[in-house]
Design a binder for this molecule. Sequence first.
Ligand SMILES: NC(=O)c1ccc[n+]([C@@H]2O[C@H](COP(=O)([O-])OP(=O)(O)OC[C@H]3O[C@@H](n4cnc5c(N)ncnc54)[C@H](OP(=O)(O)O)[C@@H]3O)[C@@H](O)[C@H]2O)c1
Length: 269
Amino acid sequence: MRTTHLVVGASGQVGSHLLSELQNLGDRCLGTYHRRSRPGLIPLDLEHSDGIHALLAAEMPSVVWMPAALPDVDLCEREPELSHRINVGAVSTLAEASRRIGARFVFYSTDYVFDGTHGPYFEEDAAHPLQVYGRHKLEAETWLLEHLKEVLIIRTAWVYSQEANPRNFIYRIEQQLQSGNMLKAATDQVSTPTEAQDLAKRSIQAVREGMTQILHVVGPNRLSRYDWTVALAQQFGYSSEVVQPVLTESIGLLAARPLNGGLATRYSR
Ligand SMILES: NC(=O)c1ccc[n+]([C@@H]2O[C@H](COP(=O)([O-])OP(=O)(O)OC[C@H]3O[C@@H](n4cnc5c(N)ncnc54)[C@H](OP(=O)(O)O)[C@@H]3O)[C@@H](O)[C@H]2O)c1
């Protein structure tokens, strides 16, 4: 029987690359959006469980991928109930609906489940989130591991792409530079930037290999936000002086960030 993939959150940075890589396989592929409509995508609001059950019953996907989330860390801190509804409640609803139709469930999670005291973190390291977003992603992970036998949880970090989309860090840097703005970047935030297309390819490979439980998928380099921003500015033809090194605490972010963070994996690339 032909495999049907359903990507919930295919209008997002991770989901759009995932959908296009899945489409290259020649399988039947469906994707959903919530606010940012894209041609060919199906509307779905994760706050409406009836819509989730109806979609799965109608399309009977064999694999349900869930990059959909509320990943704005400061918004989650401001609106913890909304974060809980999407980042925890909707995950269990979609996972339960997937289990009922016998579909595999693949969930995207984050390095923010760790506190960033001694990164990079491996799959089995103890999680200790510092903010609402990380706590809710960890709660969803825990629910999935308890309730689904064959779930795959892919944790990633600092995702970027070539897309002209404000969710994309590289695009935001380019826009700021083109507007003549100086940039501030934290020297004390270290992580592992991950290219969205590579993440999509390696996610698909992991599912094909039948992997379950938790898998870390990140890019090969671990560097500070400052070093990354300087490298990008130089790629765009600017000198390193357009980037001002700062400490995270001076930026005044609402939610705490893991500082010495990033991910590593026990499974070879
Ligand atoms: N980006 C990163 O640096 C990063 C790092 C670590 C982990 N992750 C994880 O990777 C996953 C994907 O992140 P991303 O960067 O692709 O995020 P994104 O670009 O913000 O995409 C989020 C997706 O979720 C959908 N969505 C949000 N609220 C919804 C709702 N109520 N109902 C249905 N769909 C809804 C969005 O739909 P619309 O846009 O159409 O509204 C969008 O398709 C998340 O689980 C995140 O935790 C991301």
